[in-house]
Design a protein around this ligand. Structure first.
Ligand SMILES: [Fe+2]
Length: 122
């Protein structure tokens, strides 16, 4: 989230917390296979709904976080900040340069992965 957020602050002056919130759900869905059991544990501790299978639980946690972002009226798209779709490749290149953060991610992030995540919020 933070790595892919940086190019958005630098070039488009989107507040870091806002761009983090915009990217939160897509990045969590990307990371979900690598942290499913942790998210399922969070579900058991915080949501305690009807979900039984781990993937249902982790999906519910991500959905809840996405709901909080929407509830707070934080935009869910970069187009509201005037980020043109034509800037996608530049965003991917800039995001992939934030290696000090990317190396700590639970899943390896390739340029294709970053592109797919940005495409979800453009
Ligand atoms: Fe950050």
């Amino acid at each position: 989230v933070h790595a892919l957020s940086y190019p958005l602050g630098g070039k488009y002056h989107i507040a870091h917390g806002v761009s983090n919130a915009i990217l939160l759900a897509p990045v969590m869905r990307f990371n979900e296979p690598a942290c499913r059991s942790l998210l399922a544990k969070a579900y058991d501790r915080c949501l305690r709904g009807d979900a039984r299978r781990e993937e249902e639980k982790s999906a519910a946690v991500i959905q809840r976080l996405e709901g909080i972002v929407k509830h707070l009226d934080i935009p869910t798209s970069l187009t509201e900040f005037g980020v043109p779709k034509e800037d996608l490749e530049a965003l991917v290149a800039s995001g992939m340069e934030v290696t000090r953060l990317l190396v700590n991610n639970m899943r390896t992030v390739t340029p294709d992965d970053a592109r797919s995540i940005y495409q979800q919020v453009l």
